[in-house]
Write a protein that binds this ligand. Structure first.
Ligand code: AMP
Ligand code: TRP
Length: 328
């Protein structure tokens, strides 16, 4: 069976973009792949966080993934920091990556620009190398992610190829799997900005646990434009195009099919809201059940143990390939 791995940061409410861009693919993939999914808490340390908050969010994010449909009897769900191999391989790969190629990462440039590069944490800079370690440790063939992770995946492939060339074949060179529709969901209030966990736009972000009334209100108030023409054109009509993308992704159609028949924004918004409410209803229902069960911690412990069976041999091969003395 081909292997998949992907991760999500425990840094805020899991939102519709995460669901349509990534998580929904994970739920699908788990049935015909050897599938590994991790809550990437080490990545969350790259910007300031409250420790108690991070701890709580890590567990909550795992619960949300279970509610979204990850099934621990068929996939491996774990917390990144519970496997020390991630940090260990990240160091080795930091000695394969170059400063120049990390400088070209647009996510680093954007994030560092906000606070100024001088004060940015070194971990923010080396973040994509840790991500490459996450993937390469499990010899993943496919990495289901949203559109903005493409560049990090390209870097991961480059590092794998360079390592294999320099030290001998150790790593599988992975491929990004990006959904045809829904790989980049935009903020409903600022449709030129992607919907994000760290956004300061609660009205523009749909959390996967939002009440149906809240979902409907946010979509009805989504920013559109002053024309009255329903047409997919992300450049000139970002708001309407985002609604069409959401409607199409939620109902499993192309954006062109989703646009057919609409002449006004009101009905488009009403149908989009209905489709999203329907899409998220089972997630909300399962989340409520899981809250009662509180078994996520045990599932994560089992996941970490299972992850070790793949991660440990890989890190040993990588260590020995670069010339570290084998451990007794
Ligand atoms: P993050 O929220 O950065 O931890 O992202 C977790 C996953 O969700 C990654 O695969 C992202 O590419 C994906 N993702 C995040 N935001 C969006 C978005 N607005 N639209 C589509 N996918 C997204
Ligand atoms: N950087 C990814 C994001 O912000 C999260 C991530 C960390 C990831 N490690 C990963 C995604 C490994 C895929 C595979 O979305």
């Amino acid at each position: 069976m081909p292997r998949v791995l992907s991760g999500i940061q425990p840094t805020g409410d899991v939102h519709l973009g995460n669901y349509l861009g990534a998580i929904r693919q994970w739920v699908e993939h788990q049935h015909h792949h050897d599938a590994y999914f991790c809550v990437v808490d080490l990545h969350a340390l790259t910007v300031p966080r409250d420790p108690a908050h991070l701890r709580a969010r890590t567990l909550e994010t795992a619960q949300l993934l279970l509610a979204a449909g990850l099934d621990p009897s068929v996939c491996t769900l774990f917390v990144q920091s519970h496997r020390h191999e991630h940090a260990e391989l990240a160091w080795v790969l930091q000695c394969v990556a170059s400063i120049g190629e990390l400088r070209r990462m647009t996510q680093f440039k954007d994030k560092a620009a906000r606070e100024g590069e001088e004060a940015a944490r070194v971990g923010l800079f080396t973040y994509p190398v840790l991500q490459a370690a996450d993937i390469l440790l499990y010899q993943a063939d496919h990495v289901p992610v949203g559109d903005e992770q493409r560049q990090h995946l390209e870097l991961c492939r480059d590092l794998a190829e360079r390592f294999n060339h320099r030290y001998g074949e150790v790593f599988t060179v992975p491929e990004a799997t990006v959904p045809a529709v829904g790989a980049r969901i935009m903020d409903l209030q600022v449709p030129t900005m992607k919907m994000s966990k760290s956004s300061e736009s609660p009205q523009g972000t749909i959390s996967i646990l939002d009440d149906p009334e809240v979902v409907t209100r946010k979509i009805k108030r989504a920013v559109t434009d002053t024309e009255a023409e329903v047409r997919y054109d992300p450049k000139d009509k970002p708001g309407v195009s985002n609604l069409l993308t959401i409607l199409a992704a939620a109902t499993g159609r192309s954006v062109e099919d989703a646009a057919a028949g609409y002449t006004q924004y009101g009905p488009l918004k009403a149908d989009t809201a209905e489709a999203v409410v329907e899409l998220l209803a089972p997630v909300r229902a399962r989340y409520r059940e899981l809250e009662v069960e509180k078994d996520a911690a045990a599932i994560l412990a089992q996941g970490a143990a299972k992850a070790a069976s793949v991660a440990a041999p890989t890190v040993t091969r990588a260590r020995e390939a670069v010339g570290l003395l084998p451990r007794a």
